[in-house]
Structures are given as structure tokens and as C-alpha cells.
Design a binder for this molecule. Structure first.
Ligand SMILES: C[S@@+](CC[C@H](N)C(=O)[O-])C[C@H]1O[C@@H](n2cnc3c(N)ncnc32)[C@H](O)[C@@H]1O
Length: 326
């Protein structure tokens, strides 16, 4: 059993005392007085639909394996802090990759953590290596110098203040401990959105399905909002995806929090990054296959892929892996 109390600087209480649905999920006592902010319905009341649609532990296992091959942990029995765990896309790979790991899975959504808790119960012995804690990742309730490894899959860009989360993780990590995040980046997405704007303009004279056209418009709109809005502006907290990062943003944040090392690598395919990302966007966003984009549109996207040398493609970031060392 994990001695969870020793990992936090404040008392933990069982959320089940307030709401029987969430029995077994812990929360730092001060969180009971806070109202959840900056989190959208898809993670709360619509958690089951979100879980059904976006569960993909195999993908995250591959990403975590690749990251740890490049930056191995100092121990084979790590104490792991998972941030924004949701229903467990990065939690299960951590438990599977390290037979002696213990994982503290945190999230602001008790609904998603309840799905994770129930799945843990069906995995027998694994349940003893996992604790679920409902908390806002931007608040620092951790005891200092406890964790070997912190991981966050697609969490920082949802937070109102991701630097606060990085600072809290820094304190929670042991010296030399590693933090790993998978996040969207502006430079690759900016180029892709320019290409999508061209597709939208050309659709005036070329065939393109209405739902695909509407989807491209939504993606461009979402990107434009995210890359322009500042946290102090009205509406920021209500956005689902709030941030789209740059390398410089992480360099500044890593320095401000005191991390000793920062490495950022692209997650995308280096051969045809924009075509592959477009396939993923159609699949994740619309549940549709690549064929819904006509040949003329694929030709535009191929031209974008071919505009860059292999070296420059490796410098582009659409989705990136961020590794920080305390
Ligand atoms: C894109 S999902 C990723 C979930 C999970 N890591 C995965 O890969 O499936 C973002 C997660 O962040 C959580 N979240 C949003 N705001 C949060 C906050 N302020 N503190 C902690 N978790 C938060 C959501 O509930 C959701 O589970």
C-alpha cells in the first residue's frame, strides 16, 4: 500500500465522505473549500464519454517508453506522480512498465478518477500500487523531495497557470528526479493552420465535405484564439484548450522553477509530419478516415511537408515531449 499521507504536506480526506460515488478517492483537505475552475464539462459530467472516446494507453505507453529510453530513471521502483491522470492513459503504462512502481494519480475531475479507481479494482494486485487524489495541479500540496518521476499527458495546456504546476512538481521531485509532459506546440501548428486556411479558401471552388470544412474552420478558430489570448483576459479560464506552447515558454518556465535540464523533442513523424497530423486530427476530432479529404487537399498538405528539409522537420514541433530534470 502507498503511504500517501507521507507524500503530501496537508491532511488528505476521502471524497466519499461528501459523495458516495467518489469513495476511495482522496483529496487534500484545503481542496474541499475550493471551487474547481478552468475545467470543462467533458471532464466532469461527460467523463464516461470522454473516457470511451480518448482511451489509448498503447499510444501513451509507446511515448513513455521512448522518453525513458532517452532519459532513464535512476530506480526500477519509482514513486510516480501522474498529473491530470484522467481515466489513466499514462497511469497504466507506468504501472505496467515498472512492476515495483507506485503511482499517485491526480486530477481535478473526481468523475474521471472514479473510472480509473473502478478499472484499478478490476486489475487486482495493481490496485495496491495506485492511489487517486482529486486536486488542482496548480496548487502545491506535496511534501518536498518525494517523487522519482512525474508525468503529465496532455495536461499543462488545460491549466490556467501551468508554471504553478511545474513549480509544484519541481518541489515534489527528488533531486535528479524527472518530469515528462506531452503538449501541443505553436510553431508546427501555426504552419498547419495556414495550410488549413488555404484549404478553406479553395473550398469555394473545389469539392470539400461540409462537415470537414466546418471542422477545419473550428480548428483554425481554436488555434487563433489560443495563440492570441492571455490568461488575464475574459474567457481564458472557460477555454478547454488554453495554451499552445513555444520552446521559449518552456525555457523561461524551467528556469523560473529551478529545473537543471530541459529537453524538448517532436512527437511527430519526421517524414510527413503535417499529413500524419492531419490524419490524426480527422480521426480524433471527427472520427473520420483520411479519405474524407479529397486529393486536391492532400496535395496541398504534401506540398507543406515537402517544403522542409528533414533537419528542419525535426526542429518543428506540432506535439512535443518535454523532459525536465530537477
Ligand atoms: C486532455 S485530458 C488528459 C487526461 C489523461 N492524462 C489522458 O491522457 O487521457 C486533461 C486532463 O486534465 C484534467 N484537468 C483539467 N484541469 C485540471 C487542473 N486544474 N488540475 C488537475 N487536472 C486538471 C482533466 O480533468 C483531464 O483529465
Amino acid at each position: 500500500m502507498i503511504d500517501t499521507a507521507a507524500l503530501f504536506s496537508v491532511p488528505l480526506v476521502d471524497l466519499g465522505e461528501r459523495d458516495a460515488r467518489f469513495r476511495g478517492i482522496l483529496t487534500p483537505a484545503p481542496e474541499l473549500a475550493q471551487r474547481p475552475t478552468g475545467i470543462t464539462a467533458q471532464f466532469l459530467e461527460n467523463a464516461e464519454a470522454y473516457h470511451q472516446r480518448f482511451s489509448n494507453t498503447a499510444y501513451f505507453r509507446l511515448l513513455i517508453e521512448q522518453a525513458l529510453a532517452a532519459t532513464p530513471l535512476a530506480t526500477s521502483a519509482p514513486l510516480i506522480l501522474d498529473l491530470g491522470s484522467g481515466s489513466g492513459n499514462s497511469v497504466w503504462p507506468c504501472l505496467d512498465l515498472f512492476a515495483d512502481a507506485q503511482v499517485v494519480a491526480t486530477d481535478l475531475s473526481p468523475n474521471l478518477l472514479a473510472i480509473l479507481r473502478d478499472h484499478a479494482a478490476s486489475r487486482g494486485a495493481d490496485a495496491a500500487r495506485l492511489t487517486t487524489v482529486c486536486m488542482d495541479a496548480t496548487r502545491d500540496y506535496y511534501a518536498a523531495d518525494r517523487f522519482d518521476f512525474a508525468v503529465g499527458a496532455a495536461i499543462l495546456h488545460h491549466l490556467i497557470d501551468p508554471v504553478a504546476a511545474l513549480a509544484a512538481v519541481h518541489r515534489a521531485l527528488k533531486p535528479g528526479g524527472i518530469a515528462l509532459f506531452f503538449e501541443p506546440f505553436e510553431n508546427g501548428n501555426a504552419l498547419l493552420m495556414l495550410a488549413y486556411e488555404d484549404l478553406i479558401a479553395e473550398a469555394a471552388t473545389q469539392p470539400l465535405r461540409e462537415d470537414v470544412l466546418a471542422f477545419l474552420k473550428r480548428m483554425v478558430h481554436d488555434f487563433r484564439v489560443r495563440s492570441a489570448i492571455r490568461p488575464e483576459q475574459p474567457g481564458f479560464a472557460e477555454l478547454d484548450d488554453k495554451w499552445i506552447f513555444t520552446k521559449r515558454w518552456f525555457e523561461r518556465a524551467a528556469e523560473a522553477c529551478g529545473y537543471r535540464e530541459l529537453r524538448i523533442e517532436p512527437l511527430h513523424d519526421l517524414d510527413r509530419p503535417f499529413a500524419n497530423q492531419t490524419r490524426a486530427n480527422l480521426n480524433m476530432g471527427l472520427g473520420l478516415p483520411p479519405e474524407v479529404l479529397p486529393d486536391w487537399a492532400w496535395a496541398r498538405i504534401d506540398r507543406l511537408d515537402q517544403a522542409f528539409s528533414p533537419d528542419l522537420r525535426a526542429d518543428l514541433l506540432i506535439e512535443g515531449r518535454v523532459v525536465l530534470r530537477k
